[in-house]
Each structure stands twice: as structure tokens, then as C-alpha cells.
Design a protein around this ligand. Structure first.
Ligand SMILES: [Zn+2]
Length: 428
């Protein structure tokens, strides 16, 4: 990727008031939260095959834009195992997490009809897989279902076993982080109590925190917190001490949508903040992003969910970024013809895409689409699928963060890269 010219327009934002001088910086990204184990990346939607398995192409597009490392979220037993399999399939690119998402935590309750290991049949795994980050309006599950303690003990023992095996099969070393790089995704989600009651979520989170604290050595934590800040922080402190002083490897609270005060408290506790499209929905969200210290920032797409949309407050920063990049690219092209080699994202190709887009203009015309996007029913090789967010869109996250914070894309990317490499041990 050292020769990639595809991102040059992104870095020449010389008309920005706070932008740095012209540089030849090529952005590099690590997507810390990508649900690549979701069947949607194999062409399966709600249990039905809609198009060919295009996972290779999804990973290929990510690498092409400079997103060379993907931390694939494990949010249940099945998706954690699948994430570990993907790490084998894409060594050095894909790394995995393992844990039980709050929205997958109903396995702890007595009414859950199956043992967690049995939820593998076609169709079943759709629910088993990644719950979307967006709250949905269905009815909450009432409290009172309770926790099946015997079942809970077995679940935690199985999770410990899964982690031990993953670490034994692929041990980390100073030059190799191993395949399993974090404990999680786990936490609390009170926006979506319709998947799992508060009572069961609290049990799931605290039981997993105890396991995470008991590991030798510990793993970094990949955490989820939605509308549950006080309980979330309380349980973290119960497991790791009032200053999280027993948390050896740190952790990230991903897909952050909380308040500035909540974010500051998490940073004060030494935690990192993961930002994706859900973090830019409102002006208040963007104010929070502005206050995230670069030394605590991580970037993610949370694909297939959480894409940045034109209706989001953050979109305007993308428009501004693209406008500056286009103007700078035009100026550069006028000064000296490009020598780019016709890659997907070269200036020539981007221009073609813009022209193509003009013919078919409906919305968001100001923002470049690096890759053609089609509906799943009209899937074609090399195209992205409408509504299925994927890791190559991480450059949008970086651009928006840069715009909100008034810093360069280079500062954003390098800070996030360094933070991520440090916490998850991805040195090699
Ligand atoms: Zn999450």
C-alpha cells in the first residue's frame, strides 16, 4: 500500500483554515469494530442467500483504502468462533474479539430455549449474530425473567475455555499479537432491552468482567455502553478497582454516543473511545466527538451497521472535506498531470465515478463514492451493497473526525493507529 495514490486528494486540504501544508501522507486505518462474521458478508440476509459470498472483496476494498487491520467483533459464542476462523483466513489482517454482547445475553436466562452452543442452525444464527447498533422500537423484555445461575456458570466456563483455546492455538508474542486481541464485545445496552432485560444484562456484564479480570494475562476490553453509563462504570470499578487500577491492558468503549461528561469520565479512567457513524448523528454527538482527546481516539465502522448518512450532522464535514480535496486535486492536476496507475481510487477513477454519479444524481452528490454501490438484488462483482456498511468506509469516519476537531486527517489517522496498536498489541 506504500505506493497507493488513491488517498492523495484526501490529504491535500490546503484550503482548510487549520489544515496542514500539502503533504503526501497516505492514511492508514485499523477498523476496531467490524462485524465481519455476520452472514451478510457472505451474501446471506435474514437467512436467505441473496448474492455470492463477497467477503474477500470486502476485505480487499478495506486494504485498498489503507484499512490494513480489522478487529472482527465476536458478540456471541458463534460469532466469536467465526471471528477467530476469519483471523486464520486473513492472517495479519483480521484479528478477533470474543465475548457476549448485552443483546445476546438472554442465553443467561432460564427462558432461553437453547443452550448457546446449539444456536447454530440456518436462520438462528442471524439472531445469534450482530445486533445492530441502532435502537429499534420493539417492546422491552420485562425484568423478572431472572438469571439461571447453573446455566450462567456453564456459559462463563465455556467462554473461558474458548479464550484459553484461542490463546493456546495462537499464542501472542512480542512480534505477534495472536488472533484473539480483546475480550468483548460486552457491556450494557438499555436502549435495546427488548433483546435482553436489564437484570440479565447486568448479570452477563458483571460475570464476564469477573472472567476478564481473572485471565492471566488479561486481554484488553472491547466494551459496549448505551444509555447505561452509571451502571456500566459501577460494574467496571467493581471488577477492576475505583481507578480501574487492576485493568492491565486497558480497553475501548466502542460506538460511543454518550454525553461529554460521560466520555470524560471514561477517559479519566484510562479508557479509549471508539467512534463510528452512530457517533455523528446529532449536533450534540458531534460536540462530544470534538472533545475526545486524540490520544484516546479509535476509529471503527461497526459494519454492516452504523454507516454515515446524509441526514447525520457529521455528513456536512464530509461534504466540506470532499470539496477541499476536489479543489486541491484540481489545482494539483492543473499544475502537473497525474502519473497514477488506474487503481480503484486514483484521481482518474474518482473523476469517472463523479461523472457517472452526475448522470444518476439523486442525493449526496457532494460526497465522492469511491466504489460503486448497488442494491443487494442487483449485486455485481466489485460493488458495495447499499445499506451494508463495510470497513473501506472508515476513511469517512476519519475525515469527519478531522473536520469536527479541526485537525488534519493525518493527525486523526496516526493518533488512532498508535492508540489501537498500543492497546491491542498489534505492533508487528
Ligand atoms: Zn456495540
Amino acid at each position: 500500500m506504500a505506493e497507493a495514490t488513491s488517498d492523495q486528494p484526501n490529504s491535500v486540504s490546503t484550503t482548510a483554515p487549520i489544515a496542514p501544508p500539502l503533504t503526501s501522507y497516505t492514511p492508514r486505518y485499523i477498523d476496531i469494530g467490524i462485524n465481519l462474521a455476520d452472514p451478510i458478508f457472505r451474501g446471506r440476509y435474514h437467512g436467505k442467500s441473496r448474492h455470492p459470498d463477497d467477503l474477500q472483496a470486502v476485505v480487499g476494498r478495506a486494504v485498498e483504502v489503507g484499512c490494513t487491520k480489522l478487529i472482527v467483533t465476536g458478540s456471541s459464542f458463534k460469532s466469536s468462533r467465526d471471528a477467530l476462523k476469519l483471523a486464520k483466513e486473513f492472517p495479519g489482517i483480521v484479528f478477533a474479539t470474543a465475548g457476549i454482547h448485552p443483546c445476546s445475553s438472554s442465553i443467561f436466562s432460564p427462558s432461553h430455549h437453547k443452550h448457546h452452543d446449539e444456536s447454530q442452525s440456518e436462520g438462528e444464527d442471524e439472531a445469534e449474530h450482530t445486533p445492530a447498533c441502532d435502537p429499534d422500537p420493539s417492546q422491552p423484555i420485562p425484568d423478572g425473567d431472572g438469571v439461571d445461575l447453573a446455566r450462567s456458570e456453564k456459559i462463563i466456563a465455556d467462554l473461558a475455555d474458548l479464550i484459553t483455546r484461542a490463546r493456546k492455538d495462537f499464542p501472542s508474542s512480542s512480534s505477534n499479537p495472536g488472533e484473539l486481541v480483546a475480550f468483548g464485545e460486552f457491556g450494557l445496552d438499555y436502549d435495546r432491552l427488548h433483546y435482553c432485560s436489564k437484570e440479565v444484562q447486568l448479570h452477563s456484564f458483571s460475570a464476564q468482567l469477573r472472567l476478564a479480570a481473572s485471565l492471566t494475562p488479561q486481554l484488553p476490553l472491547f466494551l459496549h455502553s448505551r444509555a447505561a453509563h452509571a451502571d456500566f462504570v459501577r460494574l467496571l470499578k467493581e471488577a477492576f478497582g475505583p481507578r480501574l487500577e487492576r485493568l492491565e491492558k486497558g480497553g475501548v468503549v466502542h460506538s460511543f454516543t454518550g454525553t461529554v461528561d460521560e466520555m470524560r469520565e471514561l477517559m479519566d479512567l484510562g479508557l479509549y473511545i471508539g467512534v463510528n457513524g452512530c457517533s455523528f448523528k446529532t449536533a450534540e454527538n458531534c460536540e462530544v466527538v470534538k472533545e475526545i482527546e486524540l490520544s484516546r481516539l479509535m476509529l471503527e465502522t461497526d459494519g454492516p451497521w452504523c454507516e454515515v448518512r446524509p441526514s447525520h450532522e457529521g455528513w456536512k464535514y464530509l461534504v466540506e472535506f470532499e470539496a477541499r480535496a476536489k479543489a486541491a486535486a484540481a489545482a494539483a492536476a492543473a499544475a502537473a498531470p497525474s502519473t497514477a496507475q488506474g487503481q480503484a481510487g486514483t484521481p482518474e477513477n474518482q473523476q469517472q465515478q463523479q461523472q457517472g454519479k452526475k448522470k444518476n444524481q439523486k442525493k449526496d452528490p457532494e460526497v465522492l463514492e469511491r466504489y460503486k454501490t448497488v442494491k443487494k438484488e442487483k449485486w455485481e462483482e466489485g460493488a458495495m451493497v447499499k445499506g451494508r456498511n463495510e470497513p473501506c468506509t472508515i476513511e469517512r469516519i476519519a475525515k469527519i473526525v478531522a473536520g469536527i476537531k479541526g485537525v488534519s486527517i493525518e493527525e486523526v489517522c496516526e493518533a488512532a493507529w498508535a492508540n489501537t496498536v498500543k492497546v491491542f498489541g498489534l505492533e508487528s
